[in-house]
Design a binder for this molecule. Structure first.
Ligand SMILES: Nc1nc2c(c(=O)[nH]1)N[C@H]1C(S)=C(S)[C@@H](COP(=O)(O)O)O[C@H]1N2
Ligand SMILES: [Mo]
Length: 317
């Protein structure tokens, strides 16, 4: 089981040392944030962030974890440029405190809420997931986060809600890619999921990785992680969540509809028009040792298959 409550965890399997250490480090970071004189809303950081037991260990994955330095220096975050090194070089220009998220559309309780207030009462879990980019490289990353469903439920989706749309921050003054005259993206970056996909227990919002708060280049302070879909679905630095009745637009589908779909489930049998999706370069990867491995259906997360029964996944790519 990937999802476990504290009660499920036997003392014998409690917290491999690296998780324990990273948990301590994470809490130090969280504390450092409050101590830094940052203005926080009344509720300040949720107690869960500061509680020793709050980051529940995830199920281990029997694959080599990508190094933290690779995962934080080889990124896609076009708001800061299109080169893999641009996000790490320029994302520091984005300010993230305070951070508010607007929840709107088909919900009984719409509203704009400070991130810290939104997270009150939500337990954090470590989830070690594969991340498979549509460009055919992949990583294994230990996220810290919680199921998307936990946030959506707080705002009470109505019976009309069928999809969820997410939007990244739009702030050209701090995001040089949004100022670029050469960008073909219609900002802000937007993504969407069917509501039942968003409610699947594997779909999480991440607020940390490698035991620390999320680095800006990885989508601080809150991003989506949907491990069975190509990486572009996992939208970063989210400021808006909108429940809708009709299917929302998503940025890459809007740009190149033949190449990038709405579903974007990892699928080794449906090739990208310009390259095969049957294999991927798993980090660490170099020119001379690319480390190709076979790509797995749903990125190896077979438990999501039931979301797509009866659908032709070569048509709904
Ligand atoms: N807002 C925003 N989110 C984004 C992107 C982006 O350019 N802008 N790139 C996506 C792509 S293509 C990938 S592969 C992942 C990469 O996440 P990582 O840099 O944390 O590995 O972020 C996704 N989320
Ligand atoms: Mo990607």
């Amino acid at each position: 089981m990937l999802i476990r409550t504290a009660d499920d965890i036997k003392p014998s399997e409690i917290t491999p040392e690296h998780v324990y250490r990273s948990r301590r480090r994470f809490m130090r970071e969280a504390l450092a944030l409050t101590g830094a004189g940052v203005a926080l809303p009344a509720a300040a950081l949720p107690g869960a962030w500061l509680d020793e037991r709050s980051v529940l260990p995830g199920a281990p994955l029997d694959e080599t974890m990508t190094s933290e330095s690779d995962a934080t220096s080889y990124n896609n975050f076009y708001e800061f440029g299109t080169d893999k090194g641009d996000p790490a070089a320029h994302a520091h220009e984005m300010t993230i405190d305070p951070w508010t998220v607007e929840v709107s559309g088909e919900v009984a309780k719409p509203g704009k809420i400070g991130l810290e207030d939104m997270l009150v009462g939500i337990d954090l879990e470590e989830r070690i997931y594969r991340l498979r980019c549509v460009e055919a490289w992949s990583m294994v990353i230990p996220w810290i986060g919680f199921p998307v469903k936990k946030i959506l439920d707080k705002f009470e989706p109505t019976g009309n809600a069928k999809y969820v749309m997410f939007e990244t921050l739009h702030r050209p003054s701090e995001m040089r890619g949004q100022r670029s005259l050469f960008s073909s993206i219609d900002w802000p970056y937007v993504e969407g999921l069917r509501l039942d996909e968003a409610n699947h227990p594997l779909a999480i919002f991440a607020v940390g990785m490698y035991g620390n708060l999320l680095p800006k280049q990885n989508g601080a302070p809150i991003r989506l992680v949907v491990p069975w879909k190509y990486g572009f679905k996992s939208i970063k630095s989210i400021v808006s969540i909108r429940l809708t009745e009709t299917r929302p637009v998503n940025t890459w589908n809007d740009l190149q509809p033949r190449e990038y779909g709405f579903y974007a489930n990892v699928n080794p049998t449906v090739d990208h028009p310009r390259w095969s999706q049957a294999r991927e370069r798993r980090f660490p990867t170099t020119l001379f040792r690319p480390n190709w491995i076979p790509t797995r259906m749903f990125n190896g997360y077979d438990e999501v298959a039931e979301l797509y029964t009866g659908m032709d996944l070569s048509r709904y790519y």
